[in-house]
Design a protein around this ligand. Structure first.
Ligand code: NAD
Ligand code: UD1
Length: 343
């Protein structure tokens, strides 16, 4: 019999790619999502790729009673992968209450409801933002966690502290927190990808929307960093590689391979690229010049961030397979598909 996995936020960007990989690896998936930052059509997209439509429960995880009822209905679940959260950094600075409320109520209601049903495996979407401006590169999991610049980032730091308390209080509870670096790219079929609401904040969707003529020009935030071309360095990771890491993490939990009841892994490639290098890759792949201009630095940005991937390699038996050109090419394929769908 297939093992059942609850994926909160499974209609979102990373969640939907993870659902595809879980289904491909023969898991039965139940998506819980309120569609606040995603679209119901994602279920069709997943079905088109995998041939299987996941079970879908539309609910706001801020609602404790409804969350409990859904977990009661799916009490035969083996593990929960928790993606549901708000994630726009600038919006969280403007509206901290909205972010603390959604990200914590959703987390706490999920934890409470799963414990009530004796579901003891939990995977959490954390972020490299918990490292703040690191003193040492590449960043290992031992790097000190700092108070993040934004309320959004702070929800990730505090959530990990909540998980520390959870494993102390509940002997059977096992959890893995995954610190993502910069997920970009789309499913290689071009049938699934990121659907940013309004004007994108992140680099890759801004690039593809500029090339597609939706935005006039890309602003490159700062060329006076101490890097090879002056622009900031990030560890971009293909969302399909990231999704694959979640399958390996689920298996680690289900096969009881954990060495500690709370484990933390960086998910990145270990390679850093500057903003201009990403643009160069885009221009090379698409053979299109990109309209961009250099402007001043963006508040809160750090000069360079890239992961040490040793721990994930060793413990999850996971390595990334796709490079920056694959990330850029798939993002562009997705953007073009979206354009064709609209026409
Ligand atoms: P996303 O916004 O595409 O997906 C999140 C999903 O959660 C959406 O489908 C949304 O509708 C749903 N959701 C939000 N609040 C909900 C609620 N109260 N009840 C039910 N559903 C709710 O985001 P994503 O990029 O797929 O990110 C997934 C997770 O990974 C988030 O926790 C995010 O903070 C984390 N993360 C993302 C990145 C990134 O660059 N995308 C980086 C680091 C960490
Ligand atoms: C941001 C968030 C981080 C979050 C992640 C995923 C901040 C400070 N950090 O990471 O907490 O986990 O998104 O949501 O917001 N850039 C441009 N022009 C643009 C957009 C970006 O030059 O229009 C540059 C940025 O300065 C940065 C790089 O591109 O150097 C990547 O930016 P982005 O995609 O926003 O990711 P992060 O800032 O690394």
């Amino acid at each position: 019999m297939k093992q059942k996995i609850i994926v909160t936020g499974g209609c979102g960007y990373i969640g939907s790619h993870t659902v595809v990989e879980l289904i491909t690896h023969n898991f039965e998936v139940v998506i819980l999502d309120d569609l606040s930052n995603s679209n119901i059509k994602t279920l069709d997209r997943i079905a088109k790729i995998t041939g299987i439509r996941p079970i879908f429960e539309q609910l706001d995880l801020k609602n404790s009673e409804q969350t409990k009822a859904v977990f009661q209905k799916h009490k035969d679940t083996a593990a929960v992968v928790h993606f549901a959260a708000y994630k726009a950094v600038a919006e969280s600075v403007q509206n901290p209450v909205m972010y603390y409320k959604n990200n914590f109520f959703s987390l706490l209601n999920t934890l409470e409801a799963q414990l009530e049903q004796g579901i003891n495996n939990f995977i959490f979407s954390s972020s490299a933002t918990v490292y703040g401006e690191p003193k040492k590169l590449p960043i290992t999991e031992e790097n000190q966690v700092q108070r993040p610049f934004s309320p959004y980032g702070n929800t990730k730091k505090i959530a990990e502290e909540i998980l520390e308390d959870m494993v102390k209080a509940h002997q059977d509870f096992s959890t893995i927190s995954l610190r993502y670096f910069n997920p970009i790219g789309a499913h290689l079929s071009g049938n699934l990808g990121e659907l940013p609401n309004g004007i994108p904040n992140n680099l890759m969707p801004y690039i593809t929307q500029t090339a597609a003529g939706i935005r006039k020009e890309l602003q490159v935030f700062g060329n006076d960093y101490d890097t090879k071309d002056g622009t900031a360095i990030r560890d971009y990771i293909h969302v399909v590689d990231l999704a694959d890491a979640h399958v390996k993490t689920v298996k680690r939990l289900l096969n009881k391979k954990q060495e500690k009841s709370l484990e933390i892994f960086n998910l990145g490639t270990g390679n850093g690229y500057t903003v201009l290098e990403v643009i160069q890759s885009f221009e090379k792949i698409t053979k299109k010049p990109l309209n961009y201009k250099i402007v001043s630095r963006r508040a809160g940005d750090v000069p360079a961030l890239y992961a040490s991937t040793e721990l994930a390699k060793e413990k999850l038996n996971w390595e990334t397979q796709l490079n920056i050109d694959d990330m850029v090419a798939s993002s562009w394929k997705w953007e073009e598909n979206l354009k064709n769908e609209k026409n």
